[in-house]
Design a protein around this ligand. Structure first.
Ligand code: SF4
Length: 272
């Protein structure tokens, strides 16, 4: 099943949702769903004004994954399928998606590592304080995990990781060392794997590898809650009740990140 889904996503594109979504969307991205943890209004504005809403932080995250994993080579999908089926280990990233209650949800995780034809590591790279991970970061990773299984991959052995690196720290060779450690993990059982992760935490104080547990029942409930924000066509998005969040928001006129080309958050439109 995963081969057909992978092929279709490349040749035809993602299928359209069979239920109506806000703003005439035909699909929803995983980050659109999980960004609502920060502020539902901001997630909606990002959806409406994608170019304007794109933040520097998102760009940097992309660079970090490339710095840690050497830039990935672009290959045809049939080459990727053949590599997954025949090579002992493949590190890759590709669009994963599934239809959930009539809504097509998709996204591209930073890395999926396959061992002997099955995914063994699912990895997201984030910047910030290495020891802290946010709810939206965890939920994003776990929704990817859910979608991967729904695409037909055998996820019984998969480990879900967030590699969090201090902002502004050059990763270079240090980061590559982490990845080498991670690759070796493929040969360990879960207990040894956890030990190995702890060792990485000690070795690399500027980078912390977080191993995230997955519970299918709770993640599907979470996805349904997120989908409700976009299938209720009359819903007015709620604003963040935390002014500190607003102060660093690109739609808040008093924020350093705001510029006049950006629209103003509707909640502050009449104030500034
Ligand atoms: S200014 Fe505040 S309420 Fe408005 S989008 Fe930004 S975080 Fe949300």
């Amino acid at each position: 099943m995963w081969k057909e889904k992978l092929r279709n996503s490349v040749e035809i594109g993602l299928p359209k949702s069979s239920v109506e979504l806000k703003h005439n969307r035909t699909t929803l991205g995983v980050s659109t769903l999980t960004n609502t943890e920060y502020c539902e209004q901001q997630a909606e504005l990002n959806l409406l004004y994608p170019q304007i809403g794109k933040t520097d932080k998102i760009m940097k995250t992309g660079n970090i994954s490339e710095m840690i994993i050497s830039p990935l080579k672009q290959v045809e999908y049939d080459t990727l399928i053949e590599d997954i089926e025949t090579k002992p280990m493949v590190i890759t990233k590709f669009q994963i998606y599934s239809e959930i209650d009539g809504v097509v949800v998709g996204g591209v995780p930073d890395a999926v590592v396959f061992y002997s034809g099955v995914p063994y590591l699912l990895i997201e790279f984030k910047t910030g304080s290495p020891n802290n991970i946010w709810k939206n970061e965890i939920n994003q990773l776990l929704i990817y995990r859910y979608l991967l299984e729904e695409m037909g991959f055998d996820c019984t052995s998969i480990r879900n990781l967030i590699v969090k690196s201090r902002s502004g720290v050059k990763i270079g060779e240090k980061g590559k060392k982490i990845m080498k450690q991670l690759y070796k993990i493929g040969n360990y059982d879960l207990d040894k794997f956890k030990n190995q992760i702890q060792k990485i935490n000690v070795i690399q104080f500027d980078n912390h590898v977080h191993l995230i547990d997955y519970y299918e029942g709770s993640i599907i409930n979470l996805i349904r809650r997120y989908l409700g924000l976009y299938t209720d066509l009359n819903r007015v998005p709620t604003n963040s009740s935390n002014l500190r969040k607003c102060e660093s928001c690109i739609y808040f006129p008093k924020s350093k990140r705001f510029n006049e080309n950006r629209i103003t958050c509707p909640y502050f439109k009449n104030v500034y």
